[in-house]
Design a binder for this molecule. Structure first.
Ligand SMILES: *Cc1c(COP(=O)(O)O)cnc(C)c1O
Length: 449
C-alpha cells in the first residue's frame, strides 16, 4: 500500500471507527496498526513491518493465517450456497459439523445449538439451563454461580456471571444477581500450590451447594485456564471434583471452552484433561480456526428431552439469531477439523507446548517476571518491578502498555492483560518461532526496565 493511501485510511479510522475495548483517546497520540496482510504466524502492516501474532488475533487463530485449505473451503461453500436461515431449513455443513462435534467432544454431549459468538453461546447455555429447570418441576432453581476472575463475554447475561468486575462495574445496575465462589488460582494458596488452591476453592463450592443447591440452576467455569482474568492456570483435579459436586447436588455444570477449545491447551478440549463431561459446553473462537464468526452450545440428551414436547405445551427454546448456522462458517469449521487430523495438529502441538514450557523458564533469569507458567500453547508471567522484593508496578505506570509498545519495535504484537504478559500462540507456531519470540520478549523486558 502506498503511504498516502495508508495515511488516508488512518485518518478515516480516527474519524469514523470506534474500536472494541479501547480508550479511543489513546489513538490521538498513536494510531492503531494498519494491517495489510496476515500469513502464518505473522501480521504485516501497511508500511511493510512484520509482527508475530503472539495472541492469535484475540485468541482465535488456530492453523496460522491464510491457510490454503481454509480459503479453499470458503470458496467451495460460497460457490454452492451463501447464507440461508436455519429454522425450517437445514443444510449439509450445519448437519455435518454438528455430527463431528458430537463425536469429538466428551461423551454425552449429544446436541448442538448454533450461534455466532462466544458471549452468545454463553447466553444460550444460561437460558437453556434456566428453562430446563422451569420445565422439570424445579422452578426454584433459577440462580447461577460463577468463579472469581472468570470472563464469559460482554453481553449482559454473560457479564452477570463474569468475575472480572474492574471491566464492567458501570453496568452493575443492569445485571442479574449471581453467587460467586473463589478462583482455584494457585497464587491464592500457600506456596502457590495448585492442589491446595483447588481444594480450598472446592470447599467454598461445597458449602454453597449444601446451603443453596435448591435454588441453583448451574455453575459456569472456564476449564483449566481463566484467560481474560489474567491467564490463571489451575489443577485439573478441580474439574474432576467439581463435576462430582454438580452431580451430587443436581446443579448443571457449564464449561465455557470458548477460549480453550480446539487444541490450545494441548488437548482438543480442556475438559479432557480431567476426563469430565459438562452439562453444557460453549465453543467459539477456534471453532472456525479463528477465521469466521460461529459458536455452538452443546448439551446432553437429558437437557434436550426436557424441551421436546407437543407444540402447545410451549416448551420450545425460543432463541435464535439471523446468522445461526451460517453455512460458510460451518464449512470452514469442518475443514479446520479435517486439517487437525490430516496435519496431526494435536500431536505437534503437544511437542511445541513442551518446548514452550522450557523456553518460558528463561524468564526466570530476570527479576521482573513472576509466576512464570504455561499450558499448551499459552505461556504467561506477571511482570513485577522486582519479583525478589515482591514489588509491583502501580496502575498509572501502565507497564503492560509499555511492553506492548516495546514489543512492536521488536516485531511482536503482544497485548498484555494488565501486568500479565502472555502468549497465546497459533498451534502451528514452530520451535524456531517460539525461541525467536522469547528472545525478542527478553529484549523488550530489558528495554522497559
Ligand atoms: C472471548 C471469550 C468469550 C466471549 O466470546 P466473544 O466471541 O468475544 O463474544 C466467552 N468466554 C470466554 C472464556 C472467552 O475467552
Amino acid at each position: 500500500m502506498d503511504l498516502k493511501q495508508a495515511e488516508r485510511l488512518l485518518q478515516a479510522d480516527r474519524s469514523y471507527v470506534w474500536h472494541p475495548f479501547t480508550q479511543m483517546k489513546d489513538y490521538a497520540e498513536r494510531d492503531p496498526i494498519l494491517i495489510e496482510k496476515a500469513e502464518g504466524v505473522f501480521l504485516y502492516d501497511a508500511y511493510g513491518q512484520r509482527y508475530y501474532d503472539t495472541n492469535s488475533s484475540w485468541w482465535v487463530n488456530v492453523h496460522g493465517h491464510a491457510h490454503p485449505r481454509i480459503r479453499e473451503a470458503i470458496n467451495r461453500q460460497l460457490g454452492q450456497m451463501d447464507h440461508v436461515m436455519f429454522a425450517g431449513l437445514t443444510h449439509s455443513p450445519g448437519i455435518e459439523l454438528a455430527e463431528q462435534l458430537v463425536k469429538l467432544t466428551p461423551p454425552g454431549l449429544d446436541r448442538v445449538f448454533y450461534s455466532d459468538n462466544g458471549s452468545t453461546s454463553v447466553e444460550v447455555a444460561l437460558k437453556m439451563s434456566f428453562q430446563y429447570w422451569q420445565q422439570s418441576d424445579r422452578p426454584d432453581k433459577t440462580k447461577f454461580v460463577y468463579v472469581d476472575s472468570s470472563y464469559h463475554g460482554d453481553t449482559l447475561g454473560a457479564v452477570s456471571v463474569g468475575g472480572t468486575d474492574q471491566f464492567f462495574s458501570v453496568f452493575r445496575p443492569l445485571l442479574f444477581d449471581a453467587y460467586s465462589v473463589p478462583s482455584p488460582d494457585p497464587r491464592l494458596a500457600p506456596g502457590g500450590d495448585a492442589e491446595t488452591a483447588a481444594q480450598q476453592a472446592l470447599e467454598a463450592v461445597r458449602t454453597l451447594f449444601e446451603e443453596k443447591a435448591g435454588e441453583l440452576a448451574a455453575i459456569i467455569i472456564e476449564p483449566l485456564l481463566q484467560a481474560a482474568g489474567g491467564m490463571i492456570m489451575y489443577a485439573p483435579s478441580y474439574l474432576t471434583r467439581l463435576r462430582e459436586l454438580c452431580t451430587a447436588y443436581n446443579v448443571h455444570l457449564i464449561a465455557d471452552e470458548v477460549a480453550v477449545g480446539f487444541g490450545r491447551t494441548g488437548r482438543l478440549f480442556a475438559c479432557e484433561h480431567a476426563g469430565i463431561t459438562p452439562d453444557f459446553m460453549c465453543l467459539s473462537k477456534g471453532l472456525t480456526a479463528g477465521v469466521l464468526p460461529l459458536a455452538v452450545t452443546m448439551t446432553t440428551s437429558g437437557v434436550f428431552d426436557a424441551f421436546y414436547d407437543d407444540y402447545p405445551k410451549l416448551k420450545t427454546f425460543t432463541h435464535g439469531h439471523s446468522f445461526t448456522g451460517n453455512p460458510v462458517s460451518c464449512a470452514v469449521a469442518l475443514e479446520s477439523l479435517r486439517i487437525m487430523e490430516d496435519e496431526h495438529v494435536l500431536e505437534r502441538t503437544v511437542e511445541s507446548a513442551a518446548f514452550l514450557k522450557t523456553q518460558m523458564t528463561r524468564f526466570q533469569s530476570l527479576d521482573g517476571p513472576a509466576n512464570v507458567r504455561s499450558l499448551g500453547m499459552v505461556g504467561a508471567f506477571d511482570l513485577f518491578r522486582s519479583r525478589d522484593a515482591g514489588t509491583r508496578y502501580s496502575f498509572d505506570e501502565r507497564i503492560g502498555f509499555r511492553v506492548y509498545l516495546e514489543g512492536l519495535k521488536e516485531g511482536l504484537f503482544l497485548r498484555p492483560l494488565g501486568d500479565t504478559i502472555y502468549y497465546w500462540l497459533p498451534l502451528c507456531t514452530t520451535r524456531a518461532h517460539i525461541e525467536d519470540i522469547v528472545d525478542r520478549t527478553l529484549r523488550v523486558l530489558q528495554a522497559v526496565r
